[in-house]
Design a protein around this ligand. Sequence first.
Ligand code: PMP
Length: 390
Amino acid sequence: MKTTNSYLSRTVSDIKPSGIRRFFDLASGMEGVISLGVGEPDFVTPWTVREAAILSLEQGYTSYTANAGLLELRQEIASYLARIFGVQYQPDKEIIVTVGASQAIDIALRSIIDPGDEVIIVEPCFVSYSPLVSLVGGTPVHVQADKDQEFKVSPEKLASAVTSKTKAIMICSPNNPTGTMLNKEELEKIAALAEKHDLLIISDEIYAELVYDESYTSMAAIKGMRERTILISGFSKGFAMTGWRLGFVCAPEEITAAMLKVHQYAMMCAPTMAQHAGLEALLNGRDDVEEMKKSYRRRRNYMVSSFNELGLKCHNPGGAFYVFPSIESTGLSSEEFAEQLLVQEKVAVVPGNVFGESGEGFVRCSYATSLEQLQEAIKRIRRFIDNHNG
Ligand code: PMP
């Protein structure tokens, strides 16, 4: 018999495991660790939302829904997008309810990419983008956001990555891991490039609910872009629903029809009780979202000012629940910093380089943990820096 590894596809064998995992594995064997590593809300899903799922089970809603999701949920997603983001989508033709934003990204890529097509990915970014592009036979082309411009990407750099094989550009605003939000003018510049070269934009807007200073603009709301945008979003972050596995994708009719084919064969539909919960979240979850936002905003302000006081330069991110301080002043690499901080002070952060080349010299700290824990983490980081300098 051949070795078991030799059965694995070359595509999958070539994909590296996520760099975040190694730190979680290291941290999970230690006691008393404060984790600033996780990318999910510290809130439990609002009670009324949980109750809606319980009620749906009590009522016996345990079958599949329509492949694209419950029509009432799609209708509510459409009015939510119109209300909050000012974009119009037809519930029956342009929206699919997915198993998290993760599956939405996957079906978007599977529907538009042929082997050899290039997808421009702005880094630092969420760790799944490149592997998902590779899994469909596409070629990820990485463009580094500008670390001296709060990790916004320069349109010139983006333009220089476009070739005759480019099919789409993937962006994420507010961003994981930097928290950076692109404003209307910045989105317009990317949109102009997409129009000039006839490209699609896959716009991951999963953190759109969690913005703290300026109002939010969706790529799909930029003039002319609704027809070129595949809008990815979901319930995990804004509504504190990571475990429910519920997201959605919106796109022009033809692209949605293609995505629906992939979705119906590969997934059938998103979990039924989660869809009932999602409906309740959209109908009655506004106050809860606002409360959570207030709390994140306080914590963000605390983390940004604390890091800057410690001499770890940190821009003020407009959204999500991450800060991305520079650790260059310590002379350590991102990996060294994260590893030594974990071993010496039991604080887990994620080295910035796992999100892309330009993340080197930075670490991602999630502030989705209690203020008391954050205060203790900052105390430990201060001691770590003092010892390192001393
Ligand atoms: N996109 C980004 C930028 C994310 O940070 C995450 C979760 N960490 C996802 C997508 C996936 O979210 P979901 O739970 O909806 O699959």
